[in-house]
Structures are given as C-alpha cells and as structure tokens.
Design a protein around this ligand. Sequence first.
Ligand SMILES: [Zn+2]
Length: 160
Amino acid sequence: MAGIKWKGMSPDEERAVDEAEEWENRLFAKYPKLFSYRGTRSWCSFDSPTGWRPIVEQACAALAEFEDVRLAQVKEKFGGLRVYYDGNVSDRAREIVHSIEEQSFKTCEECGAPGKLSHVNYWSRTVCDEHLAAWKARDEQRRTARERSLATDPTGRYKR
Ligand SMILES: [Zn+2]
C-alpha cells in the first residue's frame, strides 16, 4: 500500500505515488512468499523514501533466503527504517534486519547519499547535507507564511 492521492496534488506528486506503488508491486511480485503475512499481503508503507529503496531491496533479497521469514511491515520510524517480521527467525536473519536498520540511519532517505539522523521542528529524518538544507528551507518558508498570516490578522480570519 503506497501513498494515497488526494485532490490538489500536483502532477509530479501523483506521479511519485504511482511510481512508489509500481516499485512496491515489483517487490511483491518478486518475493510473494516473503510478503505473504498471515494469509494477506504485508502492509508496506515506505512513505516513499526513495533513497532507501536499495536498502529495502537488499533486505528482501537477503530475507527471502529464509524459508519461514515473513515481512509484516516495513516503515519509517524515528527517522530510520523499521522492519517488522515474523517466523521462526534465526540469529542470522535477525542480524540482517539489524544491519539494514542501522544502514538506514546512515543513508539519506531522499537520495541515497551518505546521511545522518537530523531533526527539524521535532521531526526526525535521515538526510544528507543537501537535503537537510532543503528541508530546513521548506520549514522556514512554512513558518514565515504562518507568521505573516497571523500578523495580517491576529484572529486568524482574513478581513478585507
Ligand atoms: Zn540527500
């Protein structure tokens, strides 16, 4: 289950949603057993961190080697990749999952370049310097816009 489309999304954003879904579907098709969790397809919400796709692909390839490992969920949590899985899991499989999660904390989730866990306004993400700067700029823009609208009209309602 990739992202959700809503009214007002730009064509680029819609394309990104389609693209994320196609990528997920390719993974599901490649590793049907790994993604069949308790009779249903695992819920994999990556929130489209495209920079982590190679890590996720690597994880799937490694874990598919284990006969009884099933992925329950793969998602971003506290700025890193979290892999939930099930089965009679060996130490080796646990090690693989652990190293994948560690790797996500060193990899920019946007572009896959070396990155580090960063925080902006109580949000945590793992990003490279370039994407950290872009993220801060976006955050600043949002804050300025909010302050400006409050300054124009402290009640929060626009009077004309
Ligand atoms: Zn980056």
